[in-house]
Write a protein that binds this ligand. Sequence first.
Ligand code: SF4
Length: 386
Amino acid sequence: MTRLSSLTMKVASRCNLNCTYCYVYNAKDDAWRSRPKIMSDIVFLAAIKRLAEHARASNTRPLRIIFHGGEPTLVGSERLARWCEIAREELAEFGVSFGIQTNGTRFTKPLVEVLKKFAFSVGVSIDGPRAIHDRFRVTHAGKGSYGEVFRGLALLREAHVPYAVLSVLNMLTPAKTLYDDIMALKPDAISYLLPDYSHDTFPITCRDGRLGEYLQELFDEWWFQGTMRIPVQPFRAMASLIMGGNSTVDIFGNDPLGFIFIETDGTIEPLDVLKVCENGMTLTPFNVLTNGFEDYTRSNSIGAKATFQGSDLPSACATCPEASTCGGGYLPHRYSRGRGFDNPSIWCRDLKALFSHIRHRLAVPHPETELRRQILRSLHEVKIEV
Ligand code: SF4
């Protein structure tokens, strides 16, 4: 049976920010308009019970609940604490951990206390130095949000709540400045995110391979500054893959994703970012109020296949030397109206250059990756993360 170990709960369908590039509000999808603003207790409890049913039947443990949105802190600290208590109780036999992905503008002392009490892993979005961040991550009135986020991070640090910074790359800051600026915020982890487009919307200005060069510069800052104790993605995942390990992020490889999204009305959906492909791409007829996750497992959609069985390697990637590491890149980045998901990533050129750069630093040529993978598998015969 395919295992589902993580639920991403879209507990708020709206956001207090209106980031210019947001794939929820400013791309193709508009399903959020007709959904409740905040998830109800009934939907939350139904989702948790569905997860418990599934975990029992598939013998899956431990489990993970990620609070997501919109902006998940809009649910307020009291409700968040209540939901965490419910999840802990209902999922006690499996073990459960919590995460939250937030824009970081609404941290308060009571909220931070909840995050601390339930040992949340916290991801906060920051797109670079104040002037750059404030160009993209704005309120509905167009005001930059850096000041609020900066204050929020101070509250987290004061309470010793660890946090990761997630940064969508825009290349408006020199790589070294971006790296130093984010490191100065004292994160416990960093994720650099490639902008989300499909082949149909990929801007012509992004096709020149500059992002690949920029990522190589960022990688070298991590590599040479003596800061490798801080996990930085996607570099750590790429190094793991090159060294024969498994993909530790969903942007590489074709393994089953193993997580789903629950919308505020209870709809069960696959990978949220598929919303950049087409309006309604993630919609399903399944809802936690009436369906178990097994109903979705049996559905024939591309999202269910990616979630439970894994995706196909795009045919054009078959002869690529990074086919077994990159695997075609992030699923939404493969999509075109003409060929569906049977395309290499829009960022193919950039990824190839970055893989090659990291290989060079690690001194691991392609045949060695395969040899390492075979040896590691024969040693453990389980999934290995290096
Ligand atoms: S680098 Fe490009 S061709 Fe190679 S696997 Fe990735 S997307 Fe496919």
